[in-house]
Design a protein around this ligand. Sequence first.
Ligand code: TYD
Length: 230
Amino acid sequence: MTVTATPSPVGRGRFITFEGGEGSGKSTQLRILASRLNAAGIRAITTREPGGSPGAEVIRYLVLSGVGKLFGSDMEALLFAAARDDHVHVVIEPALEQGTWVLCDRFTDSTRVYQGAAGDVDPRLLAALERVTIGRLAPDVTFILDVPVETGLARAAARRGAGEVDRFEQEGAEFHAKLRAAYRAIAEKEPARCVLVDATAEVDRTAGTIWRALGERLPEILTTRESRPA
Ligand code: TYD
């Protein structure tokens, strides 16, 4: 299904994505930003990929368990695309159309980086899948949370505890180093959309950096009620 997004007319919600390698703290920062926006009188929902809609959550289970890998990397990319298609059409687009802001934990940059730069899927296939799944929908702002590979993997291991290592956490240090380099390259190539955030700082400080950067790009957050966090 193809989406033809209107070019952000007044009233349409904003679409903000969070990206980064393992243990970069995306989910925490996404939750903090959502509550700040809500406190500022902006209706914002949080969601995630892969997943975010009932259909996409089924595919999430497949890919993160490693089953998708058995079909080969191109077909695994197709599974991520099928999940995204459902998520965009069932959750993201309807919310944006109603004026709700959508904060999404991972989106197309994850595919470009994990399946493309660090994986071995042809970028032309990934570009074609993007056209089919998201059409002209693009994030208004993308925060790329940057941490050294060792820091991120240590944080992910601490968070996991005795739980199982997922499909991508299993990859070696070289894979994770490629992810980091690819994210930094995207941030450099698309400075209007992307903000590279040093996520080694403590949580509140990183949250402050994110709030200020968002205010520079979307000044409407600064003019709404209670919009200045203490
Ligand atoms: P998740 O448990 O959500 O981890 P994280 O906290 O790191 O976001 O797992 C999602 C995994 O799926 C993560 O390792 C990145 C990977 N992924 C892709 O490979 N391609 C994609 O398009 C997306 C959305 C995620």
